[in-house]
Design a protein around this ligand. Structure first.
Ligand SMILES: [Zn+2]
Length: 531
């Protein structure tokens, strides 16, 4: 039997933009739309033309995507005609391939929020869809609060959906707007809807308020729906929308779905999924969720030595899918529980060739255990582990020496009489026999030290110009008699590669300094900088 087509509809730019703290510029929106297009998403919903200047501008030009570029807006207001509704006019004028209307499908909302009658709500759906179809657009209707509406008054909810379908809407999308529906309810309700409307015209739009948006989307597909709406990384207001980054690999890699359906995302595009997910986080200036299914750094990380040795024999023993299918990688954690096999596997991944009986492997394991006992966390800091391994194997050149550094913090009144705290760092480094002194002011002492350290490294400067600090985490550990500070620093270079380094000391500046140094040296090693 030929596989049935399932369609993916992304609303990161519209519903995802409702996330607290997210504010996309026009440039962000264009970049994300391009990324979704490259991923093979069928529909990209761009926003709400007429509602704000960014979205109006977004739809002022043809964006020439392979995906169906979709504008979102309300059906005509009650008591108005379609020709006398400025919101609807802006939507019809938008340079979009498709228009997605949203309308109420819960009679209680019609009465209380819209203050109109059920009949007028149905007329508004018919008129708006008719007007967009007449304009030659592909039309979708988001039935807001469909599941709650169905529970309260199934006849009315179904009448709204059916009115849109009869008027020529390509897709009737059932929305769990409050996100409270459960998978078995979704399956039952979708089953009822497709008795009236063919499943290949029915979509699901789930919110994640009970953490079941992905499960609800899959339940809808099992019941017959053929379009899934969601966002990258599950972005969306409150607890987010259905996460396409989890849905896509499930549809591609789990036989129950993969055997029955095909989607627009190819195997090659699937391999770019982890990268797409991390790129979005970068744009939002957030550290990616390590524990995100499929794409998180820990999604294929194994800690215990016994599991690690089994994974080395056959990865399928502890992995539900192969990490490279989604562009992720297997990670065997090097930690105080680590067996020799973890270390060997990590060395292999790093590309360090060592004989498995080499005595230096046990030596490395001992050093890792010793250092973890005083607070280092190598499983979270792969770059520091790599440096440690290279050092034990005698493969890290001494690029430069920091002879001395000095960090000052001063609180004083500035020129306009405001109280300010300023940090100043001075660093003295020796590169190639030459002594270089750099000073920098920063928003805090670590920032000042970081800036001063990277200001002038002589002949190595070109290698670290694109280096950027993307995350900084501090933990106070209570080990033994005195508290120590552990600092984890995440860095990134111009190619988007990320790595994490660690420093531990009773002094936070010293711990930060160690992690900063590791980050710079790691970059020089990776870039193959000459000694
Ligand atoms: Zn929504």
């Amino acid at each position: 039997m030929a596989p049935e087509r399932l369609y993916l509809f992304d609303t990161t730019l519209r519903d995802g933009a409702q996330t607290n703290g997210v504010d996309f510029t026009l440039g962000d929106k264009l970049a994300i739309a391009k990324m979704l297009d490259d991923l093979g998403i069928d529909y990209v919903e761009g926003g709400y033309p007429g509602a704000n200047p960014t979205d109006t501008q977004l739809f002022a030009e043809n964006r020439n995507l392979d995906a169906t570029f979709t504008a979102f807006g309300m059906t005509r207001r009650p008591g108005r005609s379609t020709s006398n509704d400025p919101g609807l006019a802006a939507l019809l004028e938008a340079k979009a391939d498709a228009i997605c209307f949203v309308a109420k499908s819960w009679d209680y909302h019609v009465r209380v929020a819209l203050e109109t009658t059920p009949e007028e709500n149905l007329a508004s759906i018919r008129d708006s869809i008719g007007a967009a179809v007449a304009k030659g657009r592909e039309v979708l209707l988001d039935c807001e609060h469909f599941f709650d509406g169905y529970k309260a008054n199934p006849q009315f909810a179904l009448a709204c959906a059916k009115a849109a379908y009869d008027e020529g809407a390509r897709w009737i999308v059932l929305c769990d707007t409050n996100g409270g529906a459960l998978p078995h309810e979704v399956e039952t309700v979708v089953g009822e809807v497709i008795k009236l409307i063919p499943g290949d015209h029915v979509g699901i739009h789930a919110h994640n308020d009970t953490e079941q948006a992905v499960a609800n989307s899959l339940a809808a597909v099992r019941a017959g729906a053929r379009q899934i709406q969601g966002t990258l990384n599950g972005l969306g207001e409150r607890c987010g929308n259905a996460n396409l980054v989890s849905i896509i690999p499930t549809l591609k890699l789990k036989p129950e779905f993969a055997d029955r359906f095909e989607i627009g995302v190819s195997d090659a595009q699937l391999k770019s999924l982890a990268h797409a997910s991390h790129t979005l986080d970068e744009m939002l200036n957030r550290a990616p969720n390590r524990h995100a299914p499929y794409v998180g750094e820990s999604a294929f990380a194994t800690k215990a030595g016994i599991h690690a040795s089994a994974i080395m024999k056959d990865p399928a023993t502890y992995e539900h899918v192969s990490p490279d299918r989604v562009g992720n990688r297997r990670k065997l954690l090097v930690s105080d529980q680590a067996g020799k096999s973890n270390v060997l596997a990590e060395l292999e991944r790093i590309g360090l060739k060592v004989d498995k009986d080499d005595a230096r492997i046990m030596q490395l394991l001992d050093v890792v255990k010793e250092r973890e006992a005083i607070g280092y966390a190598y499983e979270a800091a792969d770059a520091s582990f790599e440096l440690l391994a290279r050092r034990v194997l005698g493969k890290v050149p001494n690029y430069f020496d920091v002879e001395k550094f000095d960090v000052n913090i001063e609180q004083r009144d500035n020129a306009v009489g405001q109280r300010v705290t300023v940090s100043l760092a001075v660093v003295k480094v020796k590169v190639d026999g030459e002594t270089l002194i750099s000073a920098a002011e920063g928003i805090g002492p670590v920032n000042a030290l970081d800036l001063a350290l990277r200001k002038d490294l002589g002949k190595y400067q070109g290698y670290i110009n694109g280096l950027e600090l993307t995350d900084y985490r501090v933990r106070i550990l209570n080990g033994g008699t005195e508290a120590v500070t552990r600092v984890l620093i995440e860095s990134q270079d111009e190619s988007g590669e990320r790595w994490t380094t660690v420093g531990v000391s009773p002094n936070i500046i010293d711990a930060s300094f160690q992690a900063l140094m590791d980050s710079i040296v790691y970059k020089l090693v990776r870039a193959g900088a000459p000694v």
